[in-house]
Design a protein around this ligand. Structure first.
Ligand code: ZN
Length: 125
C-alpha cells in the first residue's frame, strides 16, 4: 500500500474506494461518505483544537473580533456541525481538506469561506 493512502479511510470505516464512488452526492448535497485519517493517524496528536462547528461567513466578511457582523460574498452565516472523525482529521492535519459542506447552502464550498464558530480563524488554517 502506498504511504500516504494507508493512513486514510472513510467515516464509515470502510477503505477509500479506488473509483471514488464515495464522492457521489446524496439528495441533500452531501457526499455518500468522506475521507478521514485513520484513528491510528489521528492518535499521533493534534496540531489544532478539535472543533466541530463552523460558520459560512463567505469571502471578506465583516467580523468584530469573533462576531460575524455581515456575511461576505457567497456566505450565508449558517453554522454547520460535522462528525467527530472529520473534526479530528482537521485537528491532526489542517490542510487535509480543500472544501467543506454548508448545510444551508446544500453545497461544498472552498474553506476560505468558513471560520470556526466562536473564532475568526479560517477553517483549514
Ligand atoms: Zn452557506
Amino acid at each position: 500500500m502506498k504511504g500516504n493512502m494507508s493512513n486514510r479511510q472513510l467515516v464509515s470505516g470502510l477503505p477509500v474506494p479506488i473509483d471514488q464512488s464515495h464522492t457521489e452526492l446524496k439528495d441533500n448535497g452531501q457526499q455518500k461518505d468522506y475521507v478521514v485519517l485513520t484513528p491510528e493517524e489521528r492518535g499521533k496528536g493534534f496540531v489544532r483544537p478539535v472543533r466541530r462547528t463552523y460558520i459560512h461567513v463567505g469571502l471578506d466578511p465583516s467580523m468584530s473580533g469573533c462576531v460575524l457582523t455581515k456575511v461576505g460574498k457567497n456566505g450565508c452565516g449558517t453554522r454547520t456541525t460535522m462528525g467527530q472523525s472529520i473534526a479530528e482529521t482537521y485537528a491532526r492535519d489542517p490542510s487535509f481538506y480543500t472544501g467543506t459542506f454548508c448545510c444551508s447552502c446544500g453545497q461544498h464550498r472552498p474553506l476560505e469561506e468558513f471560520v470556526w464558530e466562536g473564532t475568526d480563524e479560517r477553517v483549514g488554517s
